[in-house]
Structure formats: C-alpha cells, structure tokens
Design a protein. Structure first.
Length: 92
C-alpha cells in the first residue's frame, strides 16, 4: 500500500518528501484504525484525533535526540489525521 501511495504522490510531484508522506500515512492510519475498531466508544472521532496529536508530538520529542525536532513532521501527521476524519465523515 505504501508503494501505491508513493506512485500516486510521485505523479503529483511530492514523493521526494518521503518522510512527510510516511508521517501523513501514519496519522491517517492511526485515525482510521481507531475509529473503525473502537466505533462503539462515544465521541471516538475526537478521541482518535487526540491520540494522533499525542503520537505526533511524542514521536518528535523522541526524535529530537537523533534527527531533531521537526514541526513539519507534526504538521504532516496531523494533516493525515484530519484527512482521515474527512474520509470517515463520508463513510458514515
């Protein structure tokens, strides 16, 4: 699936930023996975996005010792979570 995403993103010219693409996909998968498997929980959409925020910031705090803290990685992850929210709103 990641290869398919890279092919699609290469056609629109942003595959050269593979790290950001992976962050985007991570936020998307986390959000959609949580709302799908935990749909019985009230307000799961809000809680799933809170988890995406915590994971995005936590990952960068962890990475600051090796590759450095990157706000754009957080933004890409949150954008993926937001996109998941949009997708989920159309599925329901």
């Amino acid at each position: 699936m990641i290869e398919l995403a890279y092919k699609i993103l290469a056609k629109i010219g942003i595959a050269k930023h593979q790290d950001k693409v992976l962050h985007f996909l991570g936020g998307l998968i986390i959000y959609l996975g949580l709302v799908y498997f935990l749909s019985f929980i009230s307000f799961i959409g809000i809680w799933a996005f809170v988890v995406v925020v915590v994971v995005a910031v936590g990952k960068e705090v962890y990475d600051r010792k090796t590759t450095g803290f990157d706000y754009y990685d957080i933004a890409a992850t949150l954008l993926g979570g937001w996109f998941g929210m949009v997708i989920w709103s159309f599925i329901q």
